[in-house]
Design a binder for this molecule. Structure first.
Ligand SMILES: NC(=O)c1ccc[n+]([C@@H]2O[C@H](COP(=O)([O-])OP(=O)(O)OC[C@H]3O[C@@H](n4cnc5c(N)ncnc54)[C@H](OP(=O)(O)O)[C@@H]3O)[C@@H](O)[C@H]2O)c1
Length: 188
């Protein structure tokens, strides 16, 4: 089966995704959704890969690093020492990460690839032929942000994924909706 990037992001009405190296909001149910989606596998012997930029890695609180029960891939052009972390790899480019993902031995260990941000990494993977789906949480509020989700190509098609709740969510008065968009190059 060909390699597919599933992007997962939460953005507010101005397409902001981050502020001061953190999330602009605190939405516990949205965080739980992120954890469930990126962790769940059909084969219990396999894990999913979560691919992220160095700044997103830096944003993860120490006690949650590496993201549990997932294989963490971190992109940075600089030297990183991640040896202390279990199931965690550093790559200097997307091509280096792709080489690992296509390695025969490694391929048998993972199920899905989740791209978890930030802005640069979303853009890089949406521009790639491997871009498959965007799982976007649309937060119906404007927050002050300094990092934004890249422009979304309007050829993307909205689809339903049975594992994604259909109904609008609400937490502490903030409304949000889970949406799924698919690259039309792939069959539904
Ligand atoms: N709302 C959401 O869903 C969501 C998701 C993720 C993150 N965020 C937020 O977004 C912000 C962080 O995102 P960001 O866009 O600023 O940074 P980022 O994409 O997480 O990380 C950028 C870094 O990744 C490395 N990098 C980027 N492109 C690369 C490439 N082609 N090859 C190798 N390395 C590459 C570089 O690291 P070096 O500088 O080390 O070389 C670069 O500085 C935070 O505020 C975070 O909370 C929000």
């Amino acid at each position: 089966m060909s390699l597919k990037f599933n992007l997962i992001a939460a953005a507010c009405e101005n397409m902001g995704i981050g502020y001061n190296n953190n999330l602009p909001w605190r939405l516990k149910t949205e965080m739980e959704y992120f954890t469930r989606m990126t962790t769940a596998t059909q084969d219990p012997t396999k894990k999913n890969v979560v691919l992220m930029g160095r700044k997103t890695w830096d944003c993860i609180p120490h006690k949650y690093k590496p993201l549990a029960n997932r294989i963490n891939f971190v992109l940075s052009r600089n030297i990183m020492n991640l040896k202390l972390y279990k199931d965690t790899f550093h790559f200097k480019s997307l091509d280096e990460a792709l080489a690992k993902l296509q390695d025969d031995l490694f391929k048998s260990q993972y199920e899905k690839i989740w791209v978890i941000g930030g802005s640069n990494i979303y853009k890089l993977t949406m521009d790639s032929k491997h871009f498959y789906r965007l799982y976007l949480t649309e937060i119906k509020k404007v927050y002050e942000c300094d990092t934004f989700f890249p422009k979304i190509d309007n050829s993307l098609q909205e689809i339903k994924d049975p594992t994604v709740p259909n109904e609008e969510q609400e937490e502490n008065g903030v409304k949000f909706q889970y949406k799924v968009y698919q690259n039309p190059q792939f069959d539904k």
